[in-house]
Ligand binder design. Structure first.
Ligand SMILES: [Zn+2]
Ligand SMILES: [Zn+2]
Length: 358
């Protein structure tokens, strides 16, 4: 595809609920290690919808018009003179955050914690709902022939789940409870299974989400009740046949009652992993954490090796991300797609790039 004659139409957030489509200049590849990519498909994430609705996430505030989107796959158009691993025509999943590579966390191998991260569709940086994207070659992951670019767009949320599973050190034979059956919660359940967990229980307040979870990866599902956290925890432990508690509990909901139930569901000496983002401050059952010597960990985005493993899990058929894609829509329907995600009508919508022929 010739970037000179193709469209670089972009989906731009001006302020909450005010979006426009506009042609922007095709990005230049300034560094010899960069590649130029034509975007084929982009998934919509809760964070994109949050910016669209509120114009901010925490201290990240949209002050200037910003292109949305960060879950993308595309086709390499051209490569810089120093690039040896990719060539024009290769299809790739795009890791959308570029760390400084020089700070303490970067040099320690935890580049997701880089304070100078440039992350797509996180102000002030533009996102990937656009025609062309320039990126360092080592943050583009070649998709094997049996993985589509729709699936490639799902690598981003899957990498989030891979990072969570690694942070929790899930190992074969373990029992894992996942609070929340949204896209990331469902993917956490699938990765837990791929890592060898034999019991994987999804918990949510919405029954239809759990119905889906049953057919996806979960061995057990539990509809969270409006009762004390200890009571939900007791029910879950009974359901999965682990009276002493689960080896690992992942919160992929960010909801205060789920977090409280998590601490009562995890076993003595088990691991609790916070992946979901909700309220900044909550009431936390710190006594349960202390008395059971629970290992508590956070997880943020993804780091070294996570994208690679996510691609491999899809290629090997271990995680069927296709099942999560409710619909693929043309670029001009991007705004409708955001509305559908907000209304909770879909699990995951994928938007075709502006140069895609449907
Ligand atoms: Zn995302
Ligand atoms: Zn850094």
């Amino acid at each position: 595809m010739d970037p000179k004659s193709a469209s670089n139409l972009s989906f731009i957030l001006n302020k909450p609920h005010d979006v426009t489509y506009a042609e922007r200049p095709v990005p230049e590849t300034k560094d010899p290690h960069d590649v130029l990519i034509a975007i084929n498909h982009t998934g919509i994430c809760g964070s994109d919808v949050h910016y669209w609705e509120h114009g901010a996430i925490g201290h990240f505030v949209v002050k200037e018009p910003m292109v949305l989107g960060h879950e993308s796959a595309g086709t390499v158009v051209s490569v810089g003179s120093a690039v040896t691993t990719l060539k024009a025509g290769d299809r790739v999943a795009l890791e959308p955050g570029y760390p400084c590579r020089r700070c303490g966390p970067c040099l320690a191998g935890k580049y997701n914690l880089c304070p100078d991260m440039r992350f797509a569709a996180t102000p002030p940086y533009h996102g990937t709902l656009t025609g062309f994207w320039a990126a360092p070659a080592d943050f583009c992951y070649k998709l094997p022939d049996n993985v589509s670019t729709q699936e490639g767009a799902m690598i981003e949320p899957l990498a989030v789940a891979v990072h969570i599973a690694r942070q929790a050190a899930i190992s074969p034979g373990q029992s894992v409870v996942v609070m929340g059956a949204g896209p990331v919660g469902l993917l956490c359940a699938a990765v837990a299974k791929a890592f060898g967990a034999t019991k994987v229980c999804s918990v949510d307040i919405v029954e239809s989400k759990l119905e889906f979870a049953k057919g996806f990866a979960s061995t057990h599902t539990y509809v969270s009740q409006r009762v004390a956290a200890e009571d939900n925890a007791r029910n879950i432990k009974e359901l999965i046949g682990c009276p002493g508690g689960a080896d690992v509990v992942i919160d992929a909901s960010g909801a205060e009652p789920s977090i409280q139930a998590s601490l009562h569901t995890v076993r003595m000496g088990g691991t609790y992993l916070q992946g979901g983002m909700g309220k900044a401050d909550i009431t936390f059952p710190i006594m349960a954490m202390c008395l059971k010597e629970v290992t508590c960990k956070g997880s943020f985005r993804y780091g070294a090796g996570d994208y690679r493993l996510a691609v491999d899990l899809v290629a090997a058929g271990r995680v069927d991300v296709k099942k999560l894609i409710s619909e693929t829509v043309p670029f001009q329907k991007a705004e409708d797609a955001f509305k559908k995600v907000k209304e909770g009508q879909v699990i995951k919508i994928v938007i075709a790039g502006p140069n895609e022929k449907e």
